[in-house]
Design a protein around this ligand. Structure first.
Ligand code: CO8
Length: 258
């Protein structure tokens, strides 16, 4: 697939995906969602990619939401289909990727944009970022998993306040709320994302994949996360990374994970 809405680069096993619709503040139209699905899927399958950084082009927005022009005249069935399809191919898909994804929030992260950041495994923000779920001001609700993931990240009370007021919070407030892990200047945002990614790259990819599956299991109905952890823990013992990691420790050297 060619990516007219994305810019993709790779360095030191870290792939950076830039959502590139700056004139529309990187709003997620269908094409962008399809391309993101394909790009994330390819990156996850690519053994040369160990971490993905997701960001928006320009200095103003990460993603200003789903593309409002696309769904303004939808009916009930089309609305449900839009949300279900988006959740399946992008938001839940991203959350379940076993390659870690860092969202570098470089400006507005609104509606579907904040939902995209929340589906990522780690979020960091620049100090000009504004985060919010303004959907109720448009007569809809967050439909890409926002009602669920925001409550998981900041608690039910704060989530409901943010959703019901349709307001935006600053990057600093988002950090205080636990919605982002770090806040830095716009210039330092991608270097910080890369610094975190480089630390992840040093560790075992198979163990990281098991950790993501185990943590995610806590949020899946009918799954016992402790049981998933036990099973994933056991699986690690069958990996080359486990042999390399423990051997390196015993030989007093740094591991070299393939
Ligand atoms: N969709 C489409 N176009 C957008 C969007 C968007 N979400 N956000 C901005 N744009 C466009 C504007 O229309 C404008 O285009 P044009 O120049 O052609 O008029 C351009 O980007 C620049 O925007 P502004 O001129 O408005 O820039 P400002 O600096 O004045 O304002 C804001 C910036 C505050 C970010 C403002 O653009 C804004 O409020 N945008 C909409 C934010 C929003 O409501 N986002 C939530 C959308 S709904 C959503 O995400 C639902 C997710 C779940 C859906 C599930 C399926 C139904």
């Amino acid at each position: 697939m060619s990516y007219s809405m994305l810019e993709i680069s790779i360095q030191d096993r870290i792939q950076t995906i830039v959502i590139n619709r700056p004139k529309q503040l990187n709003a997620l139209n269908k094409e962008t969602i399809d391309q993101l699905h394909d790009a994330l899927k390819s990156a996850d399958k690519n053994p040369d990619v160990r971490v993905i950084i997701l960001t928006g082009s320009g200095e103003k927005a990460f993603v200003a939401g789903a593309d409002i022009k696309e769904f303004a005249d939808f009916n009930i069935e089309q609305g449900q289909e839009l949300a279900a399809n988006g959740q399946e191919i992008l938001f839940s898909f991203l959350e379940k990727l076993t390659t870690p994804v860092i969202a570098a929030v470089n400006g507005f992260a609104l509606g579907g944009g904040l939902e995209l950041a929340m589906a990522s495994h780690i979020r960091i923000a620049s100090d000009n970022a504004k985060l919010g779920l303004p959907e109720v001001s448009l007569g809809v609700i967050p439909g890409y998993g926002g009602t669920q993931r925001l409550s998981q990240l900041v608690g039910r009370g704060k989530a409901l306040e943010m959703i019901m007021t349709a307001g935006m919070i600053s990057a600093e407030e988002a950090k205080e709320w636990g919605l982002v892990n770090h806040v830095t200047s716009q210039e330092e945002l991608l270097p910080l994302a890369n610094k975190i990614a480089q630390k992840i790259v040093m560790n075992s990819g198979t163990a990281i994949a098991s950790a993501i599956k185990s943590v995610n299991a806590n949020y899946v109905d009918g799954l016992n996360g402790y049981n998933v952890e036990v099973s994933e823990f056991g699986n690690c013992f069958g990996t080359d990374d486990f042999k390399e990691g423990t051997t390196a420790f015993l030989e007093k050297r740094k591991p070299n994970f393939k």
